[in-house]
Structures are given as structure tokens and as C-alpha cells.
Design a protein around this ligand. Sequence first.
Ligand code: CIR
Length: 256
Amino acid sequence: MFRYAVVRRPARSLVSGLTSSPHLGTPDYEKALRQHDDYIRALEACGLSVTVLEALEEYPDSCFVEDTAFCLPDRAVLTNPGASSRKGEVEDMERALRSFYTPDRIFRIRAPGTLEGGDILRAGGEVFVGLSDRTNQEGAIQFLNLLRDWGIPGQPVPVTGVLHLKTGLSFLEGGRLLVTEEFAEYPPFRDFEKIPVPEAEAYAANCLWVNGNVLVPAGFPGIRTALEDLGYPVLSVDTSEFRKIDGGLTCLSLRF
Ligand code: CIR
């Protein structure tokens, strides 16, 4: 169960966020703010106490806080984003996390290692780390070594064709994975029950399980119905403006 979430207000500079999908258009800042409000309300409805950090105009992608840290109830790891325009976000996140952790409980991924939180999938007691364009081997090894010291099993998995590991799959408590075709046959995930995500709804592979509920992006009825049929209470949240710059539900918060 999670108790806390940390989010950051979208900056006006959001319109210049990194994107692989320019054909979706430029995010509408005012609409993004409203969607962000709804997202916060959905997290609160799941019982989380939400800390809302101020926007950082110098970092267009800084509302995607998930990429800057990995948080457990008693310790955190600050990442080193692979995207050079995002590296500076980490310093500000460190200041914010000091409200939750003592300095000796905050760890760091160091260059030449790179790691982004979108590549970290917690699945039950295990952690999978995507090796992507943003997370390199050295970053994954540093992170996996920390996990090993803490007695948490973890392993790297290759990621191709999508931004982050969690772009293509989500873990739902109870041993289930929501997976796109790309990840469905991956041997590391053989022991999980898979809920397939059709190509047409691939964006909804990034859902967010929070304390028994599942946040689902609005506009993906197939996934919504599949989850409801499995008995999950579903909260639909519109993320259309974040999608335009490759963001989804998990990226918008840290949960612990
Ligand atoms: C980026 O390219 O870094 C942002 N535009 C999107 C980050 C999405 N983060 C995530 O999936 N964890």
C-alpha cells in the first residue's frame, strides 16, 4: 500500500517538452493544469497524501517526476536522467525528498550511469530495470547493486521501440501485468498473469495501480472494461496533454 505521492505542477514550458509524437500537437497548458488537478484528486481518492511541488519553468519535462527518483517507504534513490535536458530536475527533487527521508537514506545514481524512473518496474517483491535509450547498463548496475544490498531481487530487461519499460507495461498487485505485444513473450515475465493490451490501445499499457484501484487514461474503453471485468475499481483520468510529450499516468508521480 502507498501512503504518499509527490507530484510537480506542469510548467508553461511544458509546450517544449521532449516528444517522439509531434503529430499529436502541442500540449495546451491550461488544459494540462486541469488534467493535473484531476490526477491529484484521483490519487487522493485512493487514500494518498499528495505533496504538490512548484513548477520548474527551466525544465519543460519536470512534471514527470517519476523519472527523477525511486522511492521506498524508508529510502530513496535519485536517478541520473539519460536526457541531458532533464538532469537538473534531480537537484530540486533531492530538496523535496529531504522532507521524507534523512540524508543517509537518500542514494544516487552517478555518471556515467544513467537511469530514469520510467524504466523501473516494481512487480511484487521484484524489480525490473529497463535498458533503454535513457537508462544505460552502468546506471542499471548501480541501481541493481543498491537493491541487492537491501535484499531486493532485481534484473535488467531490454527495452526497444518505446521510451521506457513502463511505457509498455504496468504491474497490478496480485501478480498481473498489463502488457503490450512487445513484452508479452518476454521470458523474465513468464510467471505473471498477462492482460494483453491491443495495439490500438497501446498508450493505456501505462496504467497506475494505487491501493487496490487502477487509474486508467481516459479514452481507452477496451482496457477499462478488461480491468473492470477483473474486479478492479477503475478511475479514469484524462492525460491527453501529457501524452503529446510522451507522458502517461505513472510518470506524473512518485508513490511510496
Ligand atoms: C521525456 O521524454 O522525458 C518526457 N517528455 C516524457 C517522460 C515520460 N516519463 C515516463 O514515462 N516515466
